[in-house]
Design a binder for this molecule. Sequence first.
Ligand code: HEM
Length: 458
Amino acid sequence: MSSAPLPPLAPGALPLAGHFVAYRADPLAFLMSLAARGRLVGMRLGPIEAFLVREPDDIERVLVTEHRRFWKDRMTRGLGRILGDGLLTSEGDIWLRHRRLLAPAFHRERIATYGSDMALAAEHFALAREPGEVRDLHADMMRLTLEIVGKALFDSDVGPRAADVARALDAVVDRFGTGLITLFPWIERLPLPDNHRTREAIATLDDVLLGVVRARRARGGGGSDLLSMLLAAEDDAGRGLSDREMRDELMTLFLAGHETTALALSYAFVLLSKNPDAEARLRAEINTVLGDALPTTEHLARLPFVRATILETLRLYPPAWAIGREAIEETSLAGYRIPKGTQLWISQWVNHRDARYFPEPERFLPERWLGGLERALPRFAYYPFGGGPRICIGNQFSLLEASLVLATILRRVRVRVLEQRPLAFVPMITLRPTGPIVVAYEPAPKPDLLRVPVSAVP
Ligand code: HEM
């Protein structure tokens, strides 16, 4: 055992609850306060102690160079009760086998084939908007990304039951997202209506997803979606995924793959609505490059401000706001001893606000990404999709989707946020808004009314 000291805990822990009350009151502010205290500072949430890793180099050790010493933290593993052996929650050989089987379905060239469906879904959404219509932007984006991921994953097989899937996923995330059940597992055994609803939601998801897998197998596969690729995939020993393994992966992809991108899009529209100069510059770029055409994957290289807008949105309001790991053996980090079982948290919310790398960190400045900032930053100063072997498998899918949907909708519509207060969040598994984001959809301004001259577009 090393003689290095243990990392410090933040002051103010109460008996039993620890820092739980302060954390629950405002998790994001609480993590920022830990980061301000030092390189590795801990909190106690009920029975669990967790330490925030703040420095990019330390994060790189945990996620990349020494990733074998860590697995997913207790909170994430708690999700395994729903997601089974899906990629997000599995470990070791099972994870590796599944990752290898799924990887070809997420290659850049493969993903590009979904581009036209993404743009078309967004176009239908934009065309259906009445001038001045007032709606909940977050609910709209959730429906749109569910439709897109449903089409890419299953073609149209889930279509009639997509709404059931959406409701069931929502119920499950609500229940597991706060981490309460992981901290206090006995809650699950109480005869509470919430527990009943969760069991019902899981039964619905099993029913729909296993039904889709079995029906497709019975038809002998076929189709151009991800489901058909997964059904055909085999490992080196010639083994494919069982129905149960397929169910776990599909559930994981549905869960990981639609809400995150819906949040990125919702927050991008909010930030643009509150930053008219950035919005005008973006519109000028889109009008110059696209004219009347729907965007395609080929256009994206000529739409740098679209990409910069998405990167800046993911910086300020990262849909995945924290990543957790647990030490599976004793190790050391930042000069401290890390005993086996230590929970480490790594937070995009915190790192993406580090003024050393992002001057004026609270300002929405997409242009900061135009001069090669991505390549100049330390690897873990900015990591909306994580990093190392467990990096998000859907990162290209989601960047493509967010770019195409944003450009398509902006061609036709202006999204005006009606609430002037800053956004407030409930950090669950993802960084959700506290309530509906009420917006008015208006026709996009005519190109000649834009305030930024087209010559200003890089
Ligand atoms: C803006 C959108 C997205 C964000 C911010 C995001 C973020 C992340 C992050 C941070 C991780 C790593 C978690 C960890 O290391 O513990 C992750 C993993 C994962 N994501 Fe995403 N994601 C997004 C979209 C998607 C999409 C569209 C899909 C699928 C269609 C997807 C599927 C997954 C899966 C399966 C994993 C687990 C990978 C593994 O462990 O091998 N994500 N995501």
